[in-house]
Design a protein. Structure first.
Length: 189
């Protein structure tokens, strides 16, 4: 005796798989994107910390050529991501009366453009004659799921991962970046 069409269980597994597989693929790629996002965020943080910490170890001046050499560490930290996809800015701030003022800035020239640091609370970290070195690293992260599905995630196709690290000069109270060793022209690019 044959089962009726509605009571037959042939092909039920294929139908169940057809309902479940899109969800499983979405879950898999979403978890992959989340893991990659956490990894890239850690690398951006490590980049900002390494650059800021290394620059802050110089005594009273650091030449721009030395800062450029320090920027070369970005490629090792962010590997296999190209260092041209990561932008790093290093700032020197000082107190001008009661106002936090930018003294100098150096940049690696990568893309995208990082947001400038919010200096509203820096006055609490500083006193007259005691500078701050602030490094900002950023990169655009494009989720794979957005590229795969051709859709935006939360209305965006990429996210800016941005990290700011603040430190004080270690060997002296004040640190200046100069365009050439022994020179007096501050870095401003």
């Amino acid at each position: 005796m044959k089962k009726s069409f509605f009571k037959s269980d042939k092909g039920a597994a294929a139908i169940e798989a057809a309902f479940i597989m899109p969800f499983l693929f979405l879950l898999y790629f979403s978890l992959q994107d989340l893991t990659a996002l956490i990894t890239f965020n850690r690398r951006v943080t490590a980049t900002a910390a390494t650059v800021g910490d290394t620059v802050s170890q110089y005594s009273t001046t650091v030449p721009k050529s030395t800062v450029d050499d320090i920027f070369n560490s970005v490629a090792m930290i962010m590997s296999p991501t190209p260092s041209t996809d990561v932008h790093v800015d290093v700032y020197g701030y000082y107190m001008n009366g009661a106002t936090v003022t930018k003294k100098w800035k150096a940049s690696n020239g990568g893309s995208p453009t990082c947001t400038a640091p919010d200096t509203t609370n820096y006055a609490n970290l500083m006193s007259a004659g005691n500078d701050l070195v602030v490094s900002v690293a950023c990169m655009n992260y494009s989720p794979f799921i957005a590229q795969f599905m051709g859709t935006n995630v939360l209305g965006k196709t990429s996210f800016l991962l941005n990290q700011t690290i603040t430190s004080r000069p270690r060997a002296s109270l004040s640190l200046n970046c100069v365009t050439v060793a022994g020179g007096s022209t501050s870095c401003n690019y």
